[in-house]
Design a protein around this ligand. Structure first.
Ligand SMILES: [Fe+2]
Ligand SMILES: [Fe+2]
Length: 323
């Protein structure tokens, strides 16, 4: 972490964008200062009737997942090698803390823009959404990485790509249904996620150069543990922690927004990006981990093929019926 930290300014410059230059939520929303504001909202409300409940459920779940950003920031700021203390004994505010704050600043726009959009759609019971969000932040999560930076960066490499896929698929469905604004918005969020994915995979690439065996073992550990979704603890108002996650996940799969096959494709892509077949200088244990990882996509693909996604109609408290 100390070695990589020396290049943090280059990373920030290469992978992140300053507030003045990057898009802001307002760029994609009706302007409340304009005379056409009400008309524009009416149009959004009309269009929103054409998209089905599954679609709205996924969009709301994605929004809530983005809105739980405090969980992710506090988790990542706690990784070994990250320090945000000014106390000299605490290591001082370091480059990694700077990276994470800048990353958080970018991510914060995602929940912001989506929240405003679903609010304007008229399809969503915002109070229920807000209760779920508050619960999700209070419940936190445990992604099984402990404070290990290698494992955490495997997680973020994976998760940024997963969010890219899901926002990108939302964009496609929205476009197909004539929802241009939502399509543009989701597409541009997906672009941010891709940029973040490239950054985190770059960190891992560099770690592989310095510490190949430990990096390989960390990667294997995370794949065996499975990448749990950030919204693992999702619940409705008045329900137990985590009650809603399986239903949400089933809806996301049948809507084609994020499926088991996407999960497998991500593993495949990470194997390729990190060229794990070409990494040399591994210990015997790390060689075995590599073998495991190389075979994993194929194995998981066969398992995924056998999984049947339920088509049960779930009642999500977040969704307003069309009136
Ligand atoms: Fe995001
Ligand atoms: Fe992200």
């Amino acid at each position: 972490m100390l070695t990589l930290e020396k290049n943090i300014d280059t990373f920030v410059e290469k992978f992140l964008i300053t507030p003045e230059k990057i898009w802001q939520p307002t760029d994609f929303l009706p302007n409340s200062q304009s005379d056409t504001f009400i008309e524009e909202i009416k149009e959004i409300k009309e269009l929103s009737k054409d998209l089905d409940d599954d679609f709205w459920t996924v969009l709301v779940g994605d929004t809530i997942t983005e809105e739980a950003l405090p969980t992710y920031e506090s988790w990542l700021l706690d990784i070994n090698g990250v320090s945000q203390h000014t106390n000299p004994n605490g290591g001082g505010d370091n480059g990694w803390a700077k990276w994470l704050r800048a990353w958080t600043g970018e991510e914060n726009r995602h929940g912001d823009v989506l929240n405003k959009y679903i609010y304007l759609s008229g399809r969503v019971n915002m109070r229920e959404v807000e209760i779920t969000t508050q619960h999700l932040i209070a419940d936190g999560f445990d992604i099984g990485t402990a404070r290990d930076p290698y494992k955490n960066f495997v997680y973020t490499s994976f998760q940024e790509l997963a969010t890219y896929i899901s926002h990108n698929n939302v964009a496609k469905i929205a476009r197909k249904n004539g929802h241009k604004l939502l399509a543009k918005m989701s597409k541009i969020i997906a672009g941010d996620e891709m940029r973040h994915h490239l950054a985190y995979t770059e960190f891992i690439k560099q770690i592989f150069q310095h510490d190949p065996s430990e990096m390989m073992l960390a990667f294997q550990y995370m794949m065996k543990h499975k990448i749990v979704m950030p919204a693992m603890n999702l619940r409705h108002s008045g329900e137990e922690k985590g009650c809603l996650f399986d239903q949400f996940s089933a809806v996301a799969q049948r809507a084609g927004v994020y499926t088991g096959f996407d999960y497998v494709d991500i593993i495949k892509k990470l194997n390729t990006t990190w060229e794990i077949d070409k990494i040399s200088g591994l210990t015997a244990e790390a060689e075995k981990a590599r073998d495991y990882l190389m075979k994993l996509p194929e194995r998981m693909y066969r398992i995924t093929e056998r999984i049947i996604v339920p088509d049960t109609k779930y009642n999500f408290k977040w969704i307003n019926p069309i009136t």
